[in-house]
Design a protein. Structure first.
Lengths: 132, 361
């Protein structure tokens, strides 16, 4: 099995997004496993600031050279900011998925949903089951 | 579903860390490091592909050339020994059964290099049509095929040649000794870059692939997968069977009339093409580029004035041009270069413009 970076302080979804708490907001991105599976990212489509998200419902699209994938919202909330740098440099998702390749910043409408997300150990398990 | 087949290079791909995916019944490498990196390697330096899944059907006997000529759209009667030519096999309606490269190996032997997904269909179709004296032999399983593509290909392959041996020129072939084993080197490819396709025995493939990677390392040669092969052939606007071509598509619709010989000649599909000649086309293949942000993909709808007028057959990002490009069928009235169209991407119509093909010159 390949060694994917899974930072211990983050929360995760089974759809390979990560969530980082930041004050009363959260930052959302895709995991190292996700960017590795997708390959070269060439296009990211994100919602407008002010849009609302629903947990488990697509909020955007990420495209590699070969494939189009939905981005699933980990939490319900309001979009406070989107990473505009990805417009010109979608490859930041490959190069720095946990930092400069972040996707959106959300204000959760139900902070209790955060506790339902996977912790690093549970996510590592989820990756191990799928990584062949 | 039956088990996936493997080429003789399967273990090599694993060792090189390739991502393997099912393709035409085979487990094939889609990428080793990155599609973009492999694409750039072929455009700027060289890439080495395993395309052993492709089929080779040999025709031999004194009547082989005439028999082969009756099967394809391209003229084989004037195909000299040691030369290769692209052509199409057509059904009685003029639709494409397959697109092939036919190589004349000797006075009385030729072979068809065919698409992996069509090997059985082609073999049966050919066998049913050649006269009794012509022998048809499917050597697909015993033959490996390596494609060395990119501007550095000639100098890399030259390092394997014996003193005095020379590489073939474009669309010519040569039997050459590589690592002491005979291989057929054909100056053909599916990337729009200069390069060679090397047919060898299955047993010789691993050693040859390894030797080429080693000898080409100083020139920046990289193994390249089917992902890059697809982005490369799209930039070159080379059709992919099952996308631009199928049994309902004629060579005229696909813009391949230059590969069709005199319609007065007798060949599969000729009567249907004669009937269609001079008639308006039902649809025409065009190349387009998006003029706003987005990426078109195969099967997306092509829209004009709010109406769906066609469908994308192949599309994606062009790494070399830095644009989003694609191929698709539209009514002939909308097929002129400069025509404005739109591609429906997730319910949004993204503007596109018809461009001259190939995308990359």
């Amino acid at each position: 099995m390949s060694d994917y970076e899974i930072p211990g302080a983050l929360r995760f979804t089974k759809e390979d997004e990560w969530v980082r708490e930041d004050g009363d907001a959260v930052v959302v991105g895709v995991t190292d496993f996700a960017q590795s599976q997708l390959g070269d990212i060439v296009f990211v489509e994100l919602p407008a600031v002010g849009a609302t998200t629903e947990a488990g419902v697509p909020f955007g699209t990420i495209e590699s050279v070969k494939a189009v994938s939905d981005l699933f919202a980990p939490l319900a909330g309001e979009v406070l900011a989107v990473n505009d740098a990805l417009t010109d440099k979608p490859e930041l998702v490959n190069e720095s998925c946990y930092d400069r390749g972040w996707l959106i910043r959300l204000r959760p409408s139900d902070p209790a949903q955060l506790a339902a997300l996977l912790d690093a150990a549970a996510y590592r398990q989820s990756v191990a089951e799928r990584d062949t | 579903m039956s088990a996936l087949r493997r080429t003789p290079l399967y273990e090599t791909h694993r060792r090189l860390g390739a991502r393997l995916v099912p393709f035409a019944g085979y487990e094939m490498p889609i990428q080793y490091s990155s599609i973009l990196e492999e694409h750039a390697a072929v455009r700027e330096r060289a890439g080495l592909f395993d395309v052993s899944h492709m089929g080779q059907i040999h025709l031999s006997g004194p009547e082989a050339k005439a028999a082969a000529d009756a099967l394809v759209t391209c003229d084989l009667l004037d195909l000299a020994v040691g030369r290769a030519r692209y052509g199409l096999m057509l059904n009685d309606a003029g639709g494409c059964i397959d697109d092939v490269i036919v190589t004349r190996l000797s006075e009385d032997e030729l072979f068809f290099c065919v698409n992996a997904a069509n090997v059985e269909k082609d073999r049966d179709w050919i066998s049913a049509r050649v006269p009794a004296g012509v022998r048809v032999e499917d050597r697909s399983d015993a033959t490996a095929l390596l494609a060395l593509q990119g501007p550095a290909s000639p100098r890399i392959l030259a390092r394997l040649l014996a003193e005095g041996a020379t590489l073939p020129k474009r669309f010519r072939v040569a039997r050459l000794a590589l690592l002491g084993r005979e291989a057929l080197v054909s100056a053909t490819g599916y990337t729009g870059a200069p390069g060679f396709e090397i047919f060898c025995a299955d047993a010789d493939a691993e050693k040859l692939f390894g030797a080429l990677l080693e000898l080409g390392a100083s020139d920046g040669l990289q193994p390249a997968g089917l992902g890059a092969r697809d982005t490369l052939r799209l930039e070159a606007a080379m059709p992919l069977y099952g996308h631009e071509l199928d049994e309902t598509t004629t060579p005229f619709e696909a813009g391949l009339e230059r590969y069709v010989k005199d319609l007065a000649r007798s060949f599969g599909g000729a009567a249907a093409l004669r009937a269609k000649a001079g008639q308006p086309l039902a649809r025409k293949l065009v190349g387009f580029e998006l003029t706003e942000r987005g990426i078109a993909r195969a099967d997306y709808e092509i829209v004009h004035a709010g109406e769906v007028v066609g469908r994308v057959t192949s599309a994606g990002p062009s790494p070399t041009l830095g644009k989003s490009i694609g191929l698709g069928y539209v009514p002939p009235a909308l097929a002129g270069a400069g025509q404005t169209l739109a591609i429906r991407i997730r319910n949004k119509d993204i503007p596109a413009r018809v461009v001259e093909l190939p995308f990359l010159r």
